[in-house]
Write a new protein. Structure first.
Lengths: 528, 311
């Protein structure tokens, strides 16, 4: 049976309570009659023969690229870059898709007698992956063959020796990327695509770039001009990356792009109720919900966090395409839209959303308040095409515990950003004046390069990510969050959803229209 | 109120109500897909006719059901000598007054018959939950029959079982009596008999309504009388309706026989004065009145019954 498309439910008196993620837990909320709930399309089917599909993609590339086999030769320098820990979410069950693809690329390289091969995790300014994370992403065979010989690298955006400046775009944007990748005879980029923003020129132009390059599009101005950054035709982030990507190609860097689509089958069988429509919950779903939610209530946060972060998603590859970057990405985007797009009629006064325990920047880590804001206002808010789900001046209500807690190893600069910068101002345009000091702080750079810390500037990017939403909406309310942390973010705390709706009426009146973004699975609304 | 009852009430009060503790309600304007049916008439009972299940059933029937039936219902069997004339497999057609009818009837059938008999049971009642479907099909060899609509599949499946040598017990009223009188007979036995050529054995069960009537909360011991009629075989070219009319008439005579004797019932039948087993077309109390006193009860209990009725 083919997966059901998404749909918009209008809440009536018979509609059961609606599930909201709430960090390492979930809540059932009764939404007012007349509210809309957006349910995502069901996960598309997996490819029946993933290995065969990868082989075919490498042999029959898109665009003007030649088959990968014909581009490999003895004596050449080959670099294989791959997406880092931020994808997919949650991390997928082994074998990871990167492993499947890279193994086949390496098979071809071995057949062609290529000796000089280096693998690079395209971190950009993200934290370095641990050995265990690399092993999970690449599999034992690849890790054991490359890591001990120093051939498995993690991109270092702060090592001048590892970077090369390729020039300026016609908009004056610096393009500085990883030298090994740029100077190789062939750069193969292995991408995982979950949302429309991933992939394309962004893979190399962002994933292998330096701060000098990234700052041109990771800023408040670009983000407020990206409406949304999931919509390529209206995204300044996309445009900037495309300008850079084309410059990279024009500089002679030969990129063979391999992009994969994953289906949105996000949670394993025990948590399948998360992805089901509430009125279709079986007795087993209800039992699983009750058992897990009651158990989680009695579980210390730390333990609950480790339980959730140990979840491995049953994502399956639904498509794979390879070849020239833009041709490949066009196909990938089509696939993403086909899976995630949901037509929605008009905006509403209030947008509600439940935020889960995970976002791209806290895998095996803590979802600190800045990441809560980024996930809600950066990612979920921007999951639209056309216009935002909430009207200008409307209210966003998010559900998350928003603990005043940070992972000191992963997010050291976040702590200072939260304590110092957000205490001063929450205006994305204003915080820019502090950016340089964080970006060039030697301690943060040291932690980024040698530990597992996000770059010093990263919390700024997270806040810039929220810029479009902050500019668009009239108020943001967080239900069930740490009150002090929520206030520090510049948002309003509410104890219950009913309280939040009452508070929202100050901004949008007594009879607002409400839309709830139900996830998982991921959905992208096409708002008419 | 007893302490136990208080505890039960307290537990009921403490139990959270509504979703997710209870099943979710369905939004009004969402169309509901027909549920995937593995229950009801689609329940597959094939496993219950394999030897392991038959062995379990035989042990239960002979060691639990039969002794219980004799303790609770003290069946007096009439006309069972005709069973020797029945060429198996046959269709046993009986009136239906109580849930215990099936167990009681099985327990008075000869061993060779009862161990190779399936029971037509209401698909919507006995097969609406997985546990019920498993339990009834194992213990009684129940097979699901749609009683509210014609379901070609369940009829064909039943005919196939007859052809495979399985006897069938069927209650053509489609449910238990509401007031002790017969209900209108629905189609089924006549169609099966004409289609398969198997004989129909009419059976009248008297007394089970007193033991456990519809809506009854507990069993009440009471004697019963099971009266077997001569097997009826469809004549050449006889249609199902005509055959069913014959079966219906014979059941009426058996009901008369159960309350009198074979010869009296024969004479009534010959004179066309067999009392209607469906009772008078009158108000509920008059129908109850017309049932008369319990013919098997002693005088004391009879007095008690009338005393209660007068209150």
């Amino acid at each position: 049976m083919s997966p059901r498309p998404g749909f918009v439910l209008e809440v009536d008196r018979s509609t059961p309570s609606t599930l909201f993620w709430h960090g390492e837990g979930y809540r059932l909320e009764k939404l007012p009659v007349g509210s809309r709930v957006l349910y995502a399309p069901e996960p598309v089917d997996a490819l029946p023969d993933p290995m065969g599909s990868i082989r075919r993609a490498l042999d029959e590339p898109l665009g003007d690229a030649a088959p990968l086999r014909s581009q490999l030769r003895a004596g050449m320098q080959l670099t294989i870059a791959f997406d880092d820990i931020s994808l997919p979410l949650p991390p997928m069950r082994g074998p990871d898709i990167r492993q499947l693809v890279i193994e086949q690329v390496l098979e071809l390289a071995a057949e062609a007698g290529v000796d000089d091969v280096v693998l690079i995790a395209a971190l950009a300014l993200h934290r370095r992956m641990t050995d265990a994370e690399l092993r999970h992403a690449l599999g034992n065979r690849i890790f054991d063959a490359f890591a001990p010989h120093g051939l498995l690298w993690q991109h270092d955006a702060e090592d001048p020796e590892q970077l090369v400046h390729l020039g300026l775009t016609d908009q004056g944007e610096d393009v500085e990327i990883n030298k090994r990748a740029a100077t190789s005879d062939l750069l193969v980029y292995v991408n995982i695509n979950l949302v429309a923003m991933d992939g394309g020129h962004k893979s190399v132009a962002t994933g292998l770039a330096s701060y000098k390059s990234l700052r041109h599009h990771h800023n408040a101005h670009t983000m407020t001009q990206s409406k949304s950054f999931m919509d390529q035709h209206r995204s300044e982030l996309h445009s900037s990356n495309w300008r850079m990507g084309r410059l990279i190609a024009a500089s002679g860097v030969k990129v063979f792009q391999i992009e994969t689509n994953l289906n949105t089958d996000t949670f394993p069988e025990q948590f399948r109720f998360l992805q089901r429509r509430e009125w279709e919950w079986t007795a087993r779903d209800r039992a699983a919900f009750l058992a897990s939610s009651k158990a989680l209530q009695a579980t210390p946060d730390r333990v609950a966090r480790s339980i959730f972060h140990s979840i491995r998603a049953p994502h399956k590859m639904s498509a794979v395409q390879a070849g020239e970057v833009e041709a490949v990405h066009a196909r990938t985007t089509e696939n993403v839209y086909a899976q995630q797009l949901l037509e929605v009629e008009g905006q509403s006064d209030i947008l509600t959303m439940g935020l889960p325990y995970i976002c791209p920047y806290n895998v095996n880590s803590i979802m600190n308040p800045i990441l809560v804001a980024c996930l809600g206002l950066g990612y979920f808010f921007n999951m639209y095409r056309g216009q935002p789900l909430v009207r200008a001046g409307g209210v966003v209500i998010m559900s998350h515990p928003t603990p005043w807690a940070f992972h000191p190893g992963h997010h050291p600069s976040y702590i200072d950003f939260f304590e110092q910068v957000l205490a001063e101002t929450t205006d994305p345009a204003e915080i820019g004046k502090y950016e340089e000091s964080f970006a060039t702080d030697p301690w943060y750079i040291h932690l980024y390069r040698t530990g597992n810390a996000y770059h010093g500037v990263h919390p700024f990017y997270m806040w810039y990510w929220c810029a479009h939403a902050l500019e668009h909406v009239g108020a943001v309310i967080i239900v069930g969050g740490d009150r002090a942390a929520v206030r520090r973010l510049g948002f309003k705390p509410a104890t219950t959803m009913a309280d939040a709706l009452e508070m929202a009426s100050d901004t949008v009146g007594r009879d607002p229209t409400i839309t709830h973004l139900h996830s998982p699975p991921l959905l992208m609304s096409d708002v008419r | 109120m007893s302490p136990g009852q208080r505890l039960v009430n307290r537990a009921r009060r403490m139990r959270p109500e509504g979703f997710p503790w209870a099943a979710p309600t369905w939004p009004v304007h969402i169309e509901r897909d027909a549920p995937r049916r593995h229950l009801g008439a689609d329940y597959d009972t094939e496993w219950t006719r394999r030897y392991p299940a038959r062995l379990v059933r035989a042990v239960l029937l002979d060691n639990v059901t039969r002794p219980l039936a004799h303790i609770v219902a003290s069946p007096e069997v009439r006309g069972d000598e005709v069973l020797a004339l029945v060429e198996a497999p046959a269709i046993y057609v009986a009136n239906h007054a109580s849930h215990i009818d099936t167990g009681l009837l099985l327990s008075v059938l000869p061993a060779a018959v009862r161990h190779k008999t399936v029971v037509a049971a209401a698909a919507d009642h006995f097969f609406d939950r997985r546990w019920k479907a498993h339990a009834w099909s194992l213990v009684l060899a129940a097979i699901p029959i749609e009683r509210h609509k014609v379901n070609r599949k369940s009829v064909e499946d039943t005919a196939a079982l007859l052809r495979q040598g399985w006897n069938l017990i069927i209650f053509p009223e489609g449910g238990r009596t509401h007031d002790g009188w017969f209900q209108a007979m629905r189609g089924g036995p006549g169609y099966l008999a004409t289609r398969t050529g198997r004989p129909v054995v009419p059976v009248h069960i008297d007394g089970t309504y007193r033991i456990w009537p519809r809506g009854g909360r507990r069993l009440r011991r009471s004697p019963t009388r099971i009266t077997f009629g001569s097997p009826i075989v469809a004549a050449d070219g006889e249609d199902a309706r005509t055959l069913e009319a014959r079966i219906d008439a014979v059941l009426g005579v058996l009901a008369d026989e159960s309350r009198s004797d074979w010869w009296t019932a024969r004479r009534h039948a010959g004179a066309g004065t067999t009392p209607s087993p469906r009772g008078p077309a009158a108000s509920a109390w008059r129908r109850a009145w017309a049932l008369g006193p319990d013919p098997h009860a002693d005088d004391d209990s009879d007095e008690k019954r009338w005393a209660i009725s007068r209150d």
